[in-house]
Design a binder for this molecule. Structure first.
Ligand code: FE2
Length: 302
């Protein structure tokens, strides 16, 4: 990964993995890291052990940067990209403030952030750099970033979720996110860096409306209902079979019927950045968090 091309482009930039890496704050709460103020006894082990297994694989891939698209940074005009060298603050989950009060301190790969924004613009997308030092980073970016690299010793690029699915419809979202994925790939390839692209979304997303007295009491935890489970299994089966184009074509129906966070475009963007892999994905775990369906999945050379 060295040497320059005319125009300052670097050789050897590559997406070394794509991950589906959902962001339930419960998983951070259950691990009791020093950054989080809330304390737990345990909980959601299947998913947490899945993240352990994914982290071990990512370490073997020796990546330089995590590029994360989060459903919880919603932007109604275009796509925004974090573009200050560092963001630091306290993130409090709006729904679960008793579980997640997290002191974050993250480095951003500003050069790559700007390159992705430029490539997006060239592809006809509305792009904006987030250069407000005091901007509060959303908890989706933080939770997925923490679970993939709790030491935060590598930079990230944070990409917003343009709300095209709500503002227009899922088909407009898909078209835009396919273009953004292609733009992201071009920017990474020209950067000389080894990047992991991360879709920070759950699959089915029906929540319980009441929490058990002890949030980590796993005797209460199960999928919201069987229909949601069937949808999740359908999507995961397509991932395991390497049928990412078929998966993309089902996203409009899946998003509507499973209330899925795929409405954010994260999964569509990530699979497009990987150029719709036909290699079977590795599913590290599937589990529920307060009724929602969550899969931890890896697409890589390993
Ligand atoms: Fe979420």
């Amino acid at each position: 990964m060295s040497g320059n091309l005319p125009g300052g482009r670097l050789l050897g930039g590559k997406i070394v993995a794509g991950c589906l890496a959902p962001h339930p704050p419960h998983l951070v709460y259950a691990e009791n890291p020093p950054q989080n103020e809330a304390r737990s006894e345990c909980g959601w082990e299947t998913l947490r052990w899945g993240y352990e297994s994914l982290r071990a694989n990512l370490d073997r891939l020796a990546y330089d940067v995590l590029v994360i698209l989060s459903p919880h940074w919603r932007t109604y005009v275009g796509t925004h990209v974090l573009a200050c060298p560092q963001f630091k603050g306290l993130s409090v989950d709006p729904i679960f403030p008793h579980l997640f009060r997290y002191n974050y301190d993250m480095k951003v790969d500003v050069d790559l952030a700007k390159a992705i924004a430029r490539q997006g613009q060239d592809a006809g997308l509305e792009m904006k750099l987030m250069q407000n030092q005091d901007f509060r980073v959303d908890y989706g970016t933080i939770v997925s970033g923490h679970l993939l690299n709790p030491k935060w010793d590598k930079p990230i690029v944070g990409i917003s979720s343009n709300a095209a699915a709500a503002y227009f419809n899922v088909d407009v979202m898909q078209e835009n996110m396919i273009r953004l994925g292609q733009a992201t790939r071009k920017a990474i390839e020209a950067s000389g860096k080894r990047a992991v692209v991360v879709a920070s979304n759950s699959l089915s997303h029906r929540h319980f409306t009441k929490e058990p007295p002890v949030p980590e009491d796993m005797s209460y935890e199960h999928i919201a209902h069987h229909g949601q489970y069937l949808w999740d299994m359908k999507m995961i089966e397509l991932m395991k079979q390497g049928r990412s184009r078929d998966l993309i074509s089902l996203i409009p129906d899946f998003t509507e019927q499973a209330a899925s966070e795929t409405d954010s475009g994260a999964l569509t963007w990530m699979l497009s950045a990987l150029d719709f892999p036909s290699k079977p994905a590795k599913v590290h775990a599937y589990g529920t968090v307060i009724g929602t369906g969550n899969a931890i999945v890896e697409w890589s050379e390993l």
